[in-house]
Design a protein around this ligand. Sequence first.
Ligand code: GDP
Length: 428
Amino acid sequence: MESFKEGILQVVSKIKSSVLLDTKELDSIIRELQRALLKADVEVKLVLEISERIKKRFLEEEHPPGFSKKDVLIKILYDELVNLLGGETTEELAIKPIPYKIMLVGIEGSGKTTTAGKIANYFKKKGYRVGLVAADTYRPGAYDQLKMLAESVGVMFYGDPQERDAVSLAKKGIETLEKAGAQIIIIDTAGRHKDENSLMEEVKVLYRELKPNSVFLVVDATQGSAVARQARAFREAVPYGYVVVSKMDGSAKGGGALSAVAASNARVLFIGVGEKIDDLEPFVPRKFVARLLGMPDLDAILQRFAEFSKYEKERAKAIAAGKITLLDLKEQLESIKKLGPLSKIAEMMGLQVKVTGEEEMSVDRWINIMNSMTMEELLNPDIIDSSRIRRIARGSGVTPRDVRQLLDAYKNMKKMVKQLSRSRRVGL
Ligand code: GDP
């Protein structure tokens, strides 16, 4: 079975091997993405939404200079996949107050009991004293399973195979473990009952009586987008804030499960990636998608975009303040150059001026010099001191005097613009 990752890798390789990245190629890449997402059981509605957004952004957003079309598309794909799988989240679970009570809910077979052991192990490794409570009084074997997990992890355990009443059992468990010094108490609850209604009823009463600090819903990745129904059913019984998606290893439908949880506005906190006790990972959509795309150079692309958007903001500030930067001068010169040689432009405009070879040269030379400047220098020419001047001169193969000349011309231009706007203000 093709995994979610394999499907996404196909999309990436299609982007990499594209030639023009025109609308035809874009459409075929989007179709490949749709195929990969549908195979991963992502809901059709979400698939259509992400396709539309990627297409629209690629065609309508201005592509920043210096980025190839492929880089831009990869960046948009990355953004939108992160968005689909839960968005930017950096927040970690805050273990406060202590003892911190976590109640686990989820239907039988979702991997709840195994996950209880994994979470206990995770927090134990972080240095907490952890206790597990076996409050699933319905499934025979749940008690033994959790007890064994607690022993193998080396955390405290409370259970009572004779007790039928989950609420009084859990209350006793919390009390006992708290007295024994547990800082985190994890309560495993039943995942099956006579029927769904009585299961939800028990979950509701447990929540009301135990007042946990957090409720985690455990769902099984192999269920794909069907977890949306479970998420809704449990939401009516308990306000869970976090979800653990188990069995992400080897499930081709992991993408469907993750996107369904994200669409329900819950946050996936952990994913289960195997049957062993260590097979639990905090889920960070950004990191997950980066791994999914499998591109060693992705970090570099994202870094360049982040830098670019930082400078875009600075530039917007400069524009708002009516400041002219060297970047403006550079862009002006570049667009003039596109029209042809200066002498030609002057001729076309019917200007009587004679453009000398010297002036023609200096436009090229100035652009060249500015290419050796950093974005920071272009946006804040005031920071260009003599050591920077020497570096820029070396980089562009001119003398420091040439760089100074350019800076002087820039200063004159700034002065002119200032006078112009002043005269405009006084109505001249
Ligand atoms: P519960 O009924 O919800 O308590 O489910 P269990 O904890 O008993 O798990 C059901 C089955 O799923 C067991 O065989 C587990 O070993 C298996 N399981 C749980 N989590 C994972 C996981 O992340 N990956 C894999 N491959 N199997 C898992």
